[in-house]
Design a protein around this ligand. Structure first.
Ligand code: 2AM
Ligand code: CA
Ligand code: CA
Ligand code: CA
Length: 281
């Protein structure tokens, strides 16, 4: 049982406050970015808006919960190895906030209107709060462990599609050319022959929010980080869906190769990936 968190505000209220404040500011900077930095490659972008939004969120969290730990993307060196190491240093924390200030930075930079703020709170490694905010559509997705998931106060539920042939799936083009991109392309090729259609908007967190709300029936991508998915995973499970790694093992914060569905197509999706050798495992 999760103990009551001491503080003047509930963690969920703080997460919502952080996501909406940061989201509004990010939206106000759209089209105004002058300095563009790259991390590992020309595909791996970061801006001062990513860094500023993360700082804003970090300060607000620590105002309410000064002894909680925070893992934020822009505080970690680029690349998978650094991300794995950074998570390993905090994943046993009692309370750990996991923050992606902008999920979909490439979209933000190019003015393609799909990006969001993703904030999760984990208690001893288990996600108990997940908040995703899309400032362009003013869509707020909120999940609390055991209490369901909501989009602007309306209950969120996964779709009813019973097979891949009835389903739209979300997929991603993770820019890591060495590992993730070739694996994802194998999976995408295999799935394209089975599903009704595929969609990719370039934000892992929004894809998970869309699985949660039934807009797509599943999402598959390898090479993800904890901050891309932690909030979205709780949204999916609290909306009646299922999340696992690409071999079907239960989700935990270290899972980088992810399958999230409405539950009904989960086994068929896992089988398709396995047959195509596209699990990345
Ligand atoms: P970001 O915008 O926070 O970087 C799109 O497939 C997803 O991949 C987005 O969630 C995006 O998150 C993430 N992404 C972008 N560059 C990445 C990289 N170099 N390695 C892993 N994930 C990346
Ligand atoms: Ca990034
Ligand atoms: Ca991200
Ligand atoms: Ca990001």
């Amino acid at each position: 049982k999760v103990p009551y968190v001491v503080g003047s505000k509930s963690p969920t209220a703080v997460a919502i406050n952080c996501a909406s404040k940061a989201g509004e500011w990010i939206k106000s900077r759209l089209g105004l970015v002058k300095e563009l930095d790259t991390k590992l490659s020309a595909q791996d972008l970061v801006t001062d808006v990513d860094k500023g939004a993360e700082l804003m969120i970090r300060k607000l969290i620590l105002t309410h919960f000064p002894d909680h730990d925070i893992l934020g993307e822009e505080d970690v060196a680029p690349g998978a190895a650094a991300a794995v190491k950074a998570l390993s240093e905090v994943r046993d924390s009692e309370y750990l906030w996991i923050v992606d200030p902008i999920d979909g930075t490439t979209n933000f930079v190019h003015g393609f209107p799909y990006f969001c703020v993703s904030i999760a709170l984990a208690y001893k490694g288990e996600v108990i709060v997940g908040v995703i905010y899309d400032p362009i559509r003013d869509e707020l997705f909120v999940a609390e462990k055991g209490k369901g998931a909501y989009i602007h106060g309306k209950k969120s539920e996964v779709s009813n599609d019973g097979s891949l042939s009835d389903s739209i799936l979300a997929i991603g083009f993770n820019p890591d050319r060495d590992f993730a991109l070739p694996v994802n392309m194998k999976g995408i090729t295999a799935l394209s022959g089975e599903v009704r259609s595929l969609r990719a908007v370039g934000s892992a967190a929004l894809h998970l929010a869309y699985v949660a709300t039934g807009r797509v029936s599943g999402y598959y991508e390898v090479g993800l980080n904890s901050w891309d998915v932690a909030a979205g995973v709780l949204l999916v499970t609290e909306s009646g869906g299922v999340v696992s790694d690409t071999a079907g093992n239960p989700y935990h914060l270290g899972v980088r190769n992810l399958v999230a569905t409405n539950g009904k197509i989960h086994a068929e999706l896992l089988e398709t990936l396995s047959a195509a050798d596209a699990t990345g495992l």
